[in-house]
Design a protein around this ligand. Structure first.
Ligand code: EPZ
Length: 417
């Protein structure tokens, strides 16, 4: 296992460059099997989730090659419709491979993806959407078997604007027969990126970014080269790091409108924010309490920034209520923050945080990706020495996380234990 050793308490100064978005790259990789021509993803982050998805594509028969940050996929010989269970469990978001594997082979088999550390992660909306497209689905012995000759367009309403379900249905419908309408679809920027990717391949998808997506099935999709959008959650993580630690930071290759909800909160707590094209400049202020952080689907406050923002709230003046509406158990980082001196009370989906002047270094343990990032920011901001253990969670979603923090002044190093 690996851990960080951090000597905290110093402000951060400098510039960080944001990677391509994990949650955009993963559905694009799923979409790559919809063509038998070569696909190249430029600026592809070598994070564990991406490497796992690349392995799944390999198991399905695709040839893949990672050169620098260019990932090439040759899906011409793909022939296996079974998504390997070990990898599906490792990468639960591989469930949206169902849509593209069904579209490619007319059938797909995947182990039921269990829950994870942040919640139950049901897939009922994925499966009901696929059934509406005519997919026959059998669930037996922990496996899901899907078969269909050709998906047929349907008018689908999602009970909840699920990101994964929206993506799965688009992937299943893009080469189907006729028109599919997805109502109450998720509006996240990563879905707009998937739409742009598929349309560049010859698909006909419109409405992504709104609550109604329309897919008109086409016969064939073609290979392409593509650069995904930048990671709004990584950008937000570094902006929150700056607000917590003090100093001045420039976040490069960001898309400000994709984190408008966070920028609004950071201004509320008296950070100075300036935007120049794809650069966001932040100068931390007095850290007044944000009072309320309530997560909701895009364009609301993103659940993936709730943990880092909760860590920031621990060192703000005044009290903050954090309400996590998306996932049932996404407060595990708070217990670890309390070991650093945070003053927190949790009741169900609400956390009541009373700000303290500073956190104290401690040995803390990450239990999920964004919680691990939050604990690392807290360690960098805290007075004294901390360790942050089980970096496997952080490595799923952040490239060179400690290198980027060290580059702007954090005293942080990774050791193997
Ligand atoms: C995506 O997960 C992201 N992952 C998550 O990021 C992100 O937190 C989440 O969207 C919300 O923005 C990827 O894109 C790979 P959902 P997803 O389906 O698709 C309920 C990270 O840290 N729901 O929008 O699984 C579900 O219980 C990860 O990068 C159903 O009820 O999220 C949850 O309450 C974590 N039935 C809500 O919807 C379903 O069939 C949001 O889930 C599906 C979801």
């Amino acid at each position: 296992m690996e851990k960080y050793i951090v000597k905290g308490g110093k402000p951060l100064y400098g510039e960080v460059e944001i990677q391509s978005a994990k949650n955009a790259v993963l559905p694009l990789l799923a979409a790559s099997i919809l063509t038998d021509e070569k696909v190249v993803i430029h600026k592809c982050p070598r994070i564990v989730d991406v490497l796992n998805m690349v392995q799944i594509l390999g198991e399905l028969g695709c040839r893949t090659n990672f050169e620098g940050d260019d990932l090439s996929i040759d899906p011409s010989d793909a022939a296996n419709h079974e998504i390997p269970s070990a990898l599906a469990k490792e990468l639960r978001s591989s469930v949206f491979m169902l849509g593209s594997v069904i579209a490619r082979f007319g059938r797909a088999r995947i182990a039921y993806p269990g829950g994870c550390d942040i919640g139950l992660r049901p897939i009922d909306l994925h499966l009901s959407g696929l059934r509406r497209l005519g997919v026959k689905i059998e669930e037996e012995g922990g496996y899901i078997d899907c078969t269909v000759d050709e998906t047929v367009g349907a008018d689908i309403v999602l009970d909840f604007p699920s990101v994964g379900a929206t993506e799965n249905i688009i992937l299943a419908a893009v080469k189907g027969k006729g028109r599919t309408i997805i109502r109450n679809s998720a509006k996240e920027p990563e879905i707009v990126d998937l739409q742009n990717f598929l349309n560049r391949m010859g698909g006909k998808v419109t409405g992504a970014g709104t609550s109604t997506v329309i897919v008109d099935g086409v016969k064939k999709l073609y290979g392409l080269e593509y650069t995904p959008i930048s990671d709004r959650i990584e950008a937000g993580t570094f902006l929150i790091a700056s607000a917590m630690c003090g100093g001045e930071l420039a976040v490069k290759n960001a898309i400000p409108e994709n984190i408008a909800a966070l920028l609004h909160k950071l201004r509320e707590i008296s950070c100075k924010i300036a935007i120049e094209n794809d650069k966001i400049y932040i100068k931390s202020g007095k850290r007044l309490s944000p009072k309320l952080i309530e997560t909701s689907p895009f364009p609301g406050f993103p659940t993936d920034l709730q943990a880092p923002m909760s860590a920031l709230a621990c060192v703000c003046e005044g009290s903050t209520v954090v309400v996590e509406n998306l996932f049932e158990t996404r407060f595990k980082h708070l217990a670890e923050l309390m070991r650093m001196g945070a003053d927190v009370t949790v009741r169900g989906r609400s956390a009541f945080i009373r700000g303290v002047p500073e956190l104290r270094g401690a040995d803390v343990f990450a239990s999920d990706l964004r919680g691990g990032a939050a604990l690392t920011l807290a360690a960098v901001a805290a007075e004294g020495e901390s360790t942050v253990s089980d970096l496997s969670h952080i490595d799923r979603g952040y490239t060179e996380f400690e290198d980027k923090l060290r580059k702007v002044g954090a005293n942080i190093r990774r050791i193997r234990v």
